[in-house]
Design a protein around this ligand. Structure first.
Ligand code: ZN
Length: 171
């Protein structure tokens, strides 16, 4: 298991965002296009790890590369593998084993993953607000409901020791 998982999401110019994930062993960065509702999809994938599902997938459009996140939960740990497919137009929906290159992988407790993804989304909202987000991401509004779901499940189920996660967080 690697520690110190970090995740950042920053809106760039109109219609793209930069995404960075890192742990003690390395980092991965990507510029994500707005053809999919990428941040919402990612939040919902992480939310899914709090239910019965043990596997969640999200695909980002890196124009033309497809970046596919594969989350596999085992008990309370989550292994994340990120694959790049050179031609997103043909790879979308294909099996992970076919034609993808493993670009990054890491494993962490679900509580750590949930916390850093929640915080990254909150910091986007703090910085831009819902209106500012919509202006930059254009095709999709800020995923308020997905963030609320993740916050609620993380604070309920993960026993997170961050100060702001203990005893519930208002607002
Ligand atoms: Zn937390």
């Amino acid at each position: 298991m690697t520690g110190d998982l970090q995740f950042r999401w920053e809106l760039g110019g109109a219609g793209w965002a930069s995404c960075r994930i890192a742990d003690g062993a390395g980092e991965y960065r990507a510029n994500v296009g707005y053809c999919t509702d990428a941040l919402a999809d990612l939040l919902y994938a992480v939310v899914g790890l709090y239910g019965d599902a043990t596997v969640q997938r999200v695909s980002f459009d890196l124009e033309p590369v497809e970046l596919r996140w594969l989350f596999q939960r085992r008990e309370l740990d989550v292994a994340l593998a990120m694959y790049e497919f050179p031609d997103g137009a043909t790879s979308w929906g294909s099996p992970d084993e076919t034609g993808g290159t493993l670009a990054w992988s890491s494993s962490s407790p679900r509580g750590v993953l949930g916390h850093v993804v929640m915080e990254a989304a909150e910091s986007v909202l703090r910085e831009h607000g819902e209106d500012g987000y919509r202006e930059k991401w254009m095709l999709h509004p800020f995923p308020v409901a997905a963030l609320q779901d993740l916050r609620r499940l993380h604070q309920r189920d993960d026993g997170c020791r961050h100060e702001r996660c203990r005893g519930g967080f208002e607002g």
